[in-house]
Design a protein around this ligand. Sequence first.
Ligand code: SAH
Length: 242
Amino acid sequence: MYVYYWIALHSNYFTVFYNVSKEDEYLFKGKRKRLVEQLRLKGIKSEKVLSAIEKIPRHLFFDPTTGRPALLDHAYSDKALQIGAGQTISHPYTVAFQTEQLEIKVGEKVLEIGTGCGYQTAVLIEMGAKVYSVERQKTLFDKTKLFLPYVGYSGAKLIYGDGYKGLPQFAPFDKIIVTAGAPYIPNDLLVQLKIGGIMLIPLGEGETQEMIWLKKLSESNFDKKIMGNFKFVPLLQNKSGN
Ligand code: SAH
C-alpha cells in the first residue's frame, strides 16, 4: 500500500515539475522579478533574500491536487495560499521579512518550526544555512520530504515532530524561525538558541500575530523587539499529527 502511495506521489510531482519547468523559462521568471520589485517597495533590503526569492520556483510548492491552474496564477502575487492538509504557505513578504531579520550567515545552523510545503526551507538553504525543519502534519511532512529534493533542495534535515519541543539532539542553533502563530514562546526553543543567536516567532492566538524578535544575550537574558503584525496558521499543541 505504502509503495503505491509513494509511486503515485512521485509521478504526480514529477509530471507537475516536468511540465512547469519548461514554462518556468519564460513566464515565471518574469513574474518572480516583479514580485521581487514589490518586496523591495515594501521595505525588504537584503539582496541575498531577494535573490533567493527571485530564484525559487514558488509555483511548484503548492499542492498539485488542489486547483493547480488557479493557484499558479497567484503564485507570485504577495498572498498566503493553500498547500494542502488545511495549511498555507506564508506571504512572500512574510517569508522575506522573517528571513531578513534572522541575518543568516553561510554555514549557520537554523531551526525552522513548521516546514509546511518547504518554501521557507528552500529560502533558508539558498541563504547558505544548514537547515533543520520540524513539521507535525504527517501528510505534509511526507510530501515535502519527497518534493524538496525534486526542486533541487536536498540539503535540509526534515523531521516529523512537535515544534514546541524543538530538536534538542541537534541544538544549539544559531537562528530559530517559527512559521506558525504561537500562544506563548516555548521555553525549549529559548534553551536551544545559541548565545548571540536570533529567534523570530509570531505570537498570539487571535486573527493576527505580533512578530517577536529575540536575541539571546545570556542563558537567562534576551533582547526583545516587536516587529509588527502578521497572519499565520496556529502552532498546534497536544494533537495527533495527522
Ligand atoms: N514555513 C512554511 C509555512 C507553513 S504554515 C512554508 O513555507 O510553507 C505553518 C506550518 O506549521 C504548517 O505546515 C503546520 O502544520 C505546522 N505546524 C503547526 N503546529 C506545529 C507544531 N506544533 N510543530 C511543528 N509544526 C507545526
